[in-house]
Design a protein around this ligand. Structure first.
Ligand code: SF4
Length: 698
């Protein structure tokens, strides 16, 4: 009987940033099934990943012992998939930790701390993210430490920090309950944030006006009052046109703009050049529709704006987010019920890992690494004088460029999979293969671990204690339901042991001690304690008192910027870095599918999810398939200036005839072999959402 269980443990779903709370039903040391419980973000709901995507933790390919690469074993993916461990030998923890730490310390001592860099993980807890950034900063003295936020919402955070003064959402997504208009742009929440999408659909059912904007059709458009299927990469022209109507027709909130903003006159003057009539030919949306949408949003009593990677993953991602911020500010839609700016976060703890300082330009709570006093504060908290570098560090893709340049020779990678997730992944794989010393810590022998010199086996999320922070700023407690397999250990404990071996005097014996230290440098955690999280499960930051469950809406009385004012940042239209041409005439965009999470390391090892989506695929318009002479279910070859892949083609009317959509979870046809590594200059995020591609029958 599948309903039969010995024990029930409350934790948090390990996949997306919605942060659904779950009840794990355990029998005979295994998770048998999962149910949703009444968490603040999910109220009992779960999607297919949360409900069925748990059995990867019991998969026979879990790492159970430390591994050391055999002498002369080749690095890379060309290993026998049936025997994935053939290039490694098992080692004791002592031997593996000594080997890992000695290699990193030797590079530091012989070539300087900057010879070593680190990628931490948004799938680990806040405490683990905090310890990881401290490991690099204190142990190696610099800021070359980053994680997958760089590939996700870094441009959104850059725009929010610049213009609002805070990188987090201004309102929880549940606030849509109090909105009368909501824009969802560059986001496919039905697949990527499915439980959040249920709130959006209920909003529409109640009569709320949903406005969906996306170059690709999405399931949410069935619930929308307006669907704006704009040309890929034309976001700024469309958003500027909408805002120009609000200015031209005097629909802006003059009192709000006057009281809470700056740079309005520049914004107004800038928008005069972007009338809908001028922009309709660029963005592909008729002027009448742009005007109707502008009026609908400006006349709302309360409006919210949600966005995803379709906005952020462009070389103009920061400009896209600047436009959305300006739209909310000019209509007074921040800081009141039913209003706000909400970039929907990807990974379950990408918000928390960023808050904890796992980024190269900020210490915990987004405190600048360039400020001597702030670095001094953290050195004092750490009882150390080793963190000296006041320069902003390198980002994920810049670190791999520095490996190619010979400046970085060693890396510690925890729970990230750059051999699948980076743009132009061949370049990333070559970098990993060229390192003198690579330490990878993970739950599986991932594609990246295939390049490692030493692999440290880690506990999965349902096997450990730790806090995580979701897209809503809700800090939640994750609890262990089952023990890790074999000799696998919790990530925080492995990092502590490595730290001691590279010369740091760390004494942590429990993650609650790490959380207590974090509070010494993070005002956002005021009034939030480990004990509170154990008993309450979740507290939203900011929390104003030990009894306050937290503030779902922030900035009612002004912004954490000079004079309390948010700033309008006018944005110019910038073309995508690579345009279709005679050789590569179509546009490729990448993304996720409902069943598979990111690089697939967990969901492709989950029986139900892999059964539903077992095969690498791409989506093309039926007319495009006819032109290519390919039947739905046939094979196509996709080629860009970086490489080629062959995969199954699906017919999908949601994709424009000149586009192809490719999910990036499949190693056998890795979408990132094709993607363009060009970066947004502010957020340093790659242009995953636009590459010129040739599609042919295979
Ligand atoms: Fe997990 Fe996200 Fe699905 Fe919730 S919506 S169950 S957090 S994947």
């Amino acid at each position: 009987d599948s309903r039969d269980f010995d024990e029930e443990v409350k934790s948090v779903c390990p996949f997306c940033g919605v942060g659904c709370q779950v009840s794990l039903k355990v029998k005979d040391g295994k998770v048998k099934y999962v149910e949703g419980i009444d968490g603040p973000a999910n109220e009992g709901r779960l999607c297919v990943k949360g409900r069925f995507g748990f059995d990867y933790i019991h998969h026979p390919h879990r790492l159970t012992k430390p591994l050391i690469r055999l002498p002369d074993a080749p690095k890379g993916l060309n290993v026998d998939p049936a025997n994935p461990f053939t290039h490694f030998r098992e080692a004791s923890w002592d031997e593996a930790l000594d080997f890992a730490a000695t290699g990193l310390a030797k590079l530091r001592d012989e070539r300087g701390g900057k010879a070593v860099a680190g990628f931490g993980s948004a799938k680990c807890s806040n405490e683990e993210a905090y310890l990881f950034q401290r490991f690099i900063r204190e142990g190696f003295g610099h800021n070359n430490v980053d994680h997958c936020t760089r590939l996700c919402h870094a441009s959104s955070v850059a725009a929010l920090m610049e213009n609002v003064g805070s990188g987090a959402v201004t309102a929880t997504f549940n606030e849509i309950e109090n909105a009368d208009v909501a824009i969802v742009i560059g986001s496919n929440p039905t697949e990527n944030h499915p439980v959040a999408a249920t709130y959006f659909k209920q909003f529409a059912k109640r009569g709320g006006k949903l406005i969906v904007m996306d170059p690709r059709g999405t399931a949410l458009q069935r619930h929308a009052a307006h669907m704006l299927q704009f040309r890929p990469g034309a976001d700024v022209s469309m958003l500027n046109a909408i805002m120009s109507v609000i200015v031209e027709e005097g629909l802006y909130d003059e009192a709000y703009v006057e009281k809470f903003t700056e740079n309005w006159e520049d914004e107004k003057a800038h928008l005069a050049g972007y009338t809908p009539e001028k922009m309709e030919g660029i963005c592909g949306i008729p002027a009448d529709t742009l005007r109707a949408v502008a009026r609908a949003f400006a006349n709302a009593k309360a409006g919210m704006i949600f966005w995803g990677m379709g906005v952020s993953q462009h070389i103009h991602g920061t400009d896209n987010a600047r436009c959305l911020i300006s739209l909310a500010l000019m209509t007074g839609n921040v800081g009141k019920p039913g209003a706000g700016l909400h970039p929907l976060r990807g990974q379950n703890n990408v918000q928390g890992a960023s808050d904890a300082g796992l980024i190269p330009m900020f210490l915990p709570d987004y405190q600048s690494v360039t400020e001597d006093s702030i670095r001094g504060h953290f050195n004092a908290v750490w009882g150390s004088d080793k963190y000296t570098d006041g320069e902003k560090g390198l980002t994920v893709t810049e670190i791999l460029d520095a490996v190619h340049a010979g400046q970085i020779r060693g890396m510690y990678i925890l729970g990230e999979n750059p051999a699948m997730s980076d743009p132009d992944v061949t370049h990333a794989r070559q970098a990993l293969a060229s390192l003198d010393h690579l330490v990878v810590q993970d739950i599986f022998l991932t594609e990246t671990a295939n390049y490692a010199d030493v692999v440290l086996p880690a506990a999965a999320f349902y096997e450990k204690s730790g806090t995580v922070t979701n897209t809503n700023r809700q800090v939640q407690m994750g609890r262990p339901a089952v023990p890790p397999p074999g000799e696998a250990r919790e990530d925080w404990a492995i990092t502590v042991d490595l730290a001691r071996r590279v010369g740091l005097d760390w004494t942590f014996t429990d993650p609650s001690q790490v959380f207590a230290e974090m509070k010494q440098g993070m005002k956002s955690l005021d009034n939030i304690t480990w004990d509170r999280l154990q008993s309450e499960g979740a507290v939203t930051y900011p929390s104003l008192s030990p009894e306050d469950p937290g503030q779902p809406i922030v900035f009612a009385d002004g912004f954490p910027r000079k004079d309390g004012r948010a700033r309008f940042a006018p944005a110019e239209v910038i073309q995508p870095a690579e345009q279709p041409d005679a050789d590569y005439p179509m546009i490729m965009t990448t993304g996720r599918q409902l069943e598979h999470w990111h690089t697939g390391s967990m969901t492709r090892r989950s029986k139900v999810l892999d059964a539903v989506e077992p095969q690498a695929n791409c989506s093309l318009h039926p007319s495009t398939l006819r032109r290519l002479g390919v039947d739905p279910g046939g094979k196509v070859k996709l080629q860009t200036r970086r490489g080629e892949i062959t995969l199954l083609a699906r017919a999908d009317r949601a994709v424009a005839p000149d586009m192809v959509f490719v999910p990036f979870a499949y190693v056998e046809a890795a979408a990132n072999i094709l993607t363009n590594p060009a970066l947004d200059p502010y957020g340093k995020i790659p242009e995953f959402k636009f590459a010129a591609v040739r599609v042919v029958a295979a």
